[in-house]
Design a protein around this ligand. Sequence first.
Ligand code: F6P
Length: 568
Amino acid sequence: MTPLLSSPAWKNLERHARDLHDRHLRDLFGTDPLRFQRLSVRWNDWLLDLSKQRITPETLPLLAELWNTADVPGWIARMRAGDPLNHTEGRAVLHMALRNFSPPPQSPAAISPQGGQKHLGRPGVFLGQASSPINVDGRDVMPDVRAVLDKMRGFCDAIHSGHWRSATGEPISDIVSIGIGGSDLGPRMATQALAAHHVPHLRVHYVANLDGADLATTLAGLAPRTTLFIIASKTFTTQETMQNAVSARAWLTTALGETAVSRHFVAISTALDRVAAFGIDPDNAFAFWDWVGGRFSVWSAIGLPLALAIGFEKFTALLAGARAMDEHFFSAPPLENLPALLAFIELWNTDFLGLQTRALLPYSESLGLLPRYLQQLEMESLGKQTDRDGQPVGCPTQPIVWGEPGTNGQHAFYQLLHQGGRALSCEFIACREADFPLAGHHAKLLANCFAQSAALMQGKTAAEASAELAAAVPPAPTFLAPYKVFPGNQSSTTLLLPKLDPHTLGALIAMYEHKVFTLGVLWNLNAFDQWGVEYGKQIANSLLPMIEGKTPVTNIDSSTAGLIAACK
Ligand code: F6P
């Protein structure tokens, strides 16, 4: 059992949750005109509004007691020192080393009239100095990090300038990144998020699914002469990626011959020997390291397709944004610390209010893949019930994360959020300024976002519904009243960002990474392994020869045997 569960801090929270049980959010707002001011936090030009969560001003300090009780600062220090926090795989957890560079000197324009820093580390290019050495097994990893970034910069420049020529002597027009999970979701999500920042004349595509439809439909519109593949796999053994890589290679060599591979394939991996065995030129291989977890790897060479999409300078702005969030997480007190606050709210909702899902609702088309990205980051990291000591955690852990961009979701599943009778938590994300500023769009988008959280919070009583019907002109049928009642009291957080740009996106991703880290400490979980995904892979490997008819269908349950038989 996680030690926290028997702590006085946890018991205090249990008591507090019982006291709050019957309070409706509408009443909490009604009795405290300063509720928003008390329960919202600012960081630079960001605003995190927690006032629509089912908490009072007493809740957050009680939750913050967990920070020291679980020794989160001590675990941060151990992470930064390169200790093997991923104890089941014996690995350090150092994705933050990938952005451990000093910010550029602040220009006068970046200093606010009050003398404070307006934009920490903004804008991008900052790969001057490692801000401090980071050691793994007594060796500073920063020179290696820097060398790979330099290689990525050179490659991006060569592709963008047309200096890199295809086997037929032409510039590259299309990049196809083949990877899955952590070797796909980060760069894919960020490439979409930064659509307003793409370089011209280069299209970046992503293929992940083992289903041939993914690769086939992507390649359908492309010319082998001007297409370059990036094979991204930490292990270089993942079935989906390897199969797609083999098929992509066949597509290319059928058109251009074997000798074309060196001009059309690059790889990103920690297993450079396997890259070479696949036939990819070692000069075209970009390394990363086992102390970078797959779902934390967008900052590494895994980010190469993203760097190609937005240009290397903007990729460094993404790193700078993440670095600014690292500084914030490492130094801000828990009640002002965005990742810590998000972790506290998640834990409160999960373990004290019994909420089982969190809907992630970005009011930003560009952030449309964020729910998918966070599903891996959070659910693969924290969807566990065995603690660091091999014991049951003793309380529910990671809730189910799901979602869609608003306003699309409003016309699909929001009905259930309002009247489905299930309590859950919603996380709204909006940007003050549009990344694609078309006249007439953005104010409406914001109005919808804020309206939804208000409606979910306050609901509508039977009396209000009846009064509304009676006041309608012409009067509406009174039998409709019960259908127009909304219980409300649905918890939500709203994160209001400035304009979506690489710096902001970098900080946003790093914020969620540190939230995951904090929850891992609080629940006493190893957030950096993923044994749960192994078992299915193991069975798939044993079924494959049966489906291919190479071995008899034995030692398997009747349902699975029946399904295999039905495919023959
Ligand atoms: O889904 C399991 C997993 O190991 C993820 O953690 C990882 O991101 C993904 O597979 C891809 O692995 P690789 O980068 O080794 O191909």
